[in-house]
Design a protein around this ligand. Structure first.
Ligand code: UDP
Length: 311
């Protein structure tokens, strides 16, 4: 049986990855310090003999007994309000935490895939964003703590690849949504669902003409699985290239939930990227991957989940 370590396993993406690797027959070592993750995301896995959970902060030395074949490094606060509240932890997990997991990969001769982000492109001046674009990031702005932590993560991962010959994979994840997002994580879609389901005003920041491209979580997980199994070590964008305005996203949530909520416009946060759309040519060519789940279907499944947790 292959063994895989998943950091951030109690989070939104980490828990879906844990499900996928359990389904594929792996022995899953799950690690999380529950800063933003929740045991409720993985409690269904806890009784399984091939699932082991460690409550551990990966910025501290990581001790894993036995052999490891793979590592997925997904630990980090990832929503803007989370990393604004926890700037130091965000920088530490991206820097010290990544250093520690790369150390584990080297010691165990395990292949490691690290979670990077479209935020490395900042408020992009190239559109759509391809992997060759170097980005437009404000290091001292409010998002700098996350963006620069993830840029450091990419740099140290490449250094371990080049210098220590560790087998590394880097994924740049664009906006993703689905069941197990926290309704209060501050991101656009869960916030809009929460507001719509409680008949509160829907807060669209700015004029709502900024764009994002939303990928359903199952599609993303499949992209991660394929990248881990590929032999490609440079960064790969994985996301849904269908781009919409935030105003449209709000309107779709209101329509789906048949809410009486009004959409109102409030202040746009500092350094909020105006556009975001992945160029996925590389993922298509190298991974033979593209998203399959329509937004209509994805939003319906997400709404079903939010209904179950609010009942
Ligand atoms: N947004 C919004 N209302 C909210 C939350 C977010 O209009 O209640 C906007 C936010 O300003 C951004 C977009 O929705 O332009 C996506 O924000 P999110 O926090 O989901 O993630 P980001 O892509 O900015 O990291």
């Amino acid at each position: 049986m292959k063994r895989i370590l998943i950091t951030g396993a109690a989070g939104f993406l980490g828990s879906h990855l844990s499900d996928r690797f359990i389904t594929e027959g792996y022995d899953v070592i799950a690690m999380d310090n529950l800063l933003t993750g929740s045991m409720s995301n993985i409690e269904h896995l806890m009784p399984l003999p091939n699932f082991t959970f460690y409550n551990h902060d990966i910025t501290k030395f990581i001790h894993i007994p036995g052999e490891l074949d793979y590592i997925l490094h997904f630990a980090s606060p990832a929503s803007p309000i989370d990393y604004l509240k926890m700037p130091i932890q965000t920088l530490k997990v991206g820097a010290l935490g990544t250093h520690n997991v790369l150390g584990v990969a080297k010691a165990k001769q395990a292949r490691i895939l690290v979670a990077s982000t479209s935020e490395v492109y900042g408020d992009p001046l190239e559109h759509p964003q391809s992997e060759e674009y170097w980005g437009n990031v404000n290091p001292v702005g409010p998002r700098g703590v996350y963006d620069e932590a993830k840029r450091f993560l990419e740099a140290i991962t490449m250094a371990y690849h080049n210098f220590h010959k560790v087998e590394t994979r880097i994924i740049r994840i664009f906006n993703t949504y689905g069941p197990r997002m926290r309704m209060d994580d501050g991101r656009a879609l869960p916030t809009f669902f929460s507001q719509a389901m409680n008949n509160q005003d829907i807060t669209v920041f700015g004029d709502g003409q900024q764009t994002r491209s939303f990928c359903y979580v199952d599609d993303l997980v499949d992209g991660i699985y394929r990248l881990l199994k590929s032999d490609y070590h440079l960064p790969v964008n994985v996301g849904n290239p269908i781009e919409i305005t935030i105003q449209q996203a709000a309107e779709e949530v209101v329509a789906l939930t048949q809410s009486q909520s009004k959409i109102i416009n409030t202040a746009l946060p500092e350094d909020d990227p105006k556009v975001r759309q992945p160029n996925i040519a590389k993922a298509k060519e190298i991974l033979n991957w593209e998203p399959k789940i329509s937004r209509e279907e994805g939003l319906r499944r997400t709404y079903e989940y939010f209904q179950t947790i609010t009942q």
